[in-house]
Design a protein around this ligand. Structure first.
Ligand SMILES: NC(=O)CC[C@H](N)C(=O)O
Length: 201
């Protein structure tokens, strides 16, 4: 079974580990560059992207993760998506790799967090009969949105107003929301399927 790293510097890594274990994969916390060795893939959890940048930099993880993401599946959720984006506005990218521009805290202070049902047709690839076509319960917490997608990026989900909240670029996956906080395992299964049959970079 696949061994999946979960960047464990800060934020919601435990919920990802639990979800992976539940699905029969082996999670491994990543806090040092050596811990990337032998991994099949990596998840960058939500949290606070400025903190993730600071700690990743202090732990010497910026370059190693950037290099890892070139040839392995990597999935960023929320702050993790921000960390993977090539363009995050004023600041330089954190790891980068994903050809998108994101806007942090796109929903402002009034709407700190919310849950909504999203149509994600791509998930039908891993859906059981009774799950097919079922909307995904998406939990947004001080979430970013994807303002622009570049070459090679597929949009997997948008909000009703058209704002993009899930994308895939070959072996890289980004979601503005938190599938690890729901009972629905389809996004994690989708990522694990990507790990089993990675598309070349
Ligand atoms: N839930 C989250 O990961 C929030 C992301 C956070 N607002 C940031 O900008 O990094």
């Amino acid at each position: 079974m696949a061994t999946i790293g979960v960047l464990a510097l800060q934020g919601g890594f435990r919920e990802h580990e639990e979800m992976l274990t539940r699905l029969g994969a082996t999670p491994r916390k990543v806090r040092r560059a050596e811990e990337l060795e032998g991994l099949d893939a990596l998840i960058i959890p939500g949290g606070e992207s400025t903190t993730i940048r600071r700690l990743a930099s202090a732990h010497g993880l910026i370059e190693p993760i950037r290099a890892f993401a070139q040839h392995h599946p990597v999935w960023g959720t929320c702050a993790g998506l921000i960390a993977l984006a090539n363009d995050i506005g004023e600041e330089p990218p954190i790891f980068g790799g994903l050809n998108v521009r994101v806007q942090r805290n796109a929903f402002g202070r009034q709407v700190d967090s919310f849950e909504t049902e999203l149509a994600v047709p791509a998930l039908d690839a891993v859906a059981e009969e009774e799950e097919r076509g079922r909307p995904f319960p998406a939990v947004f917490i001080r979430a970013p949105v994807i303002e622009q997608v570049g070459e090679g990026v597929d949009v997997l989900a948008t909000l009703d107003d058209g704002r993009i909240v899930a994308v895939q670029q070959g072996h890289l996956l980004g979601t503005a929301f938190h599938p690890e906080l729901t009972d629905d395992t389809r996004f994690h299964r989708y990522f694990l399927q990507l790990v089993q049959s990675p598309t070349p970079a």
